[in-house]
Design a protein around this ligand. Sequence first.
Ligand code: MN
Length: 294
Amino acid sequence: MKLARFDKDRIGVVVDSNIFDVTDAAGVDPMEWPPVGATRLIADFEKMRPALERAAAEAAPIPLSQVILRTPVPWPNKVVAFPVNYHAHGAEMGAGYRATNQGFFLKPNSSLSGAGEPVVLPETPGREVHHESELAIVIGKTCRNVAAEDWQDYVFGYSCLLDMVVRGREERVARKAYDTFCPVGPWITTADEVPDPSNLRMQLWVDGELRQDANTRDLVLNIPGMIAMASAVMTLYPGDIIATGTPEGVGPVKPGQTIRITIDHCGEMNVPVIQGQGGSTEIFKDPYQLVKKT
Ligand code: MN
């Protein structure tokens, strides 16, 4: 199933180029705040699935082009992110570490946005904002200390994810935390529709220029390893998102450009980049230019 969130916190099932509104069957109140309906739906998904399928079959199709796709899980417990998890990206960054020994960081939930929403650049003159194309894993069940061989029991599905970042040497979280710096979507493809997540081609273009082209088979710390490592430290909850790391080819984006990301079985997002107002901070007062090592 392709499970989406659209317009004002509505839940939809995507089939081909249409979306079917299943908000009522999902038990989601679009007026609810905080917007935890999608988180709860993932927790209850096995029980809810037949009702969702019935509701989707009875709903009128809405062309995807007529809705605004939002981030599928707006209020997870956390977004976990693995830095330097492809060797070739580590080489281009001149990083002497990998996710296997460096571990992970967190992105704030407030950085999440959807496929139908722009990336809004902050006013940080002298700094580049880079795209990082990543596969997102969405956790399906509460878990702690998961053995690597049991990883599949805890995955709900997969999405495309852009880990946007202000380049520099400052604290990683601050550089990756701006609002709209974590587009996820266009929907969640449930795990049963992704036959082999360790063999997914992922590509990213900026205005038609292919920048990143990789396969998840080249992850340094693989998907079972990431779930084992994160859950060794923290309880993972339904709806938690894991950003699995970016391959080589990161680069700057400018206002007016469009970032396109595609991942096998996960669909594609075309995310416009616009200049926002605000976001200036002393953290980024000094200019910085990334000089790639390869
Ligand atoms: Mn990243």
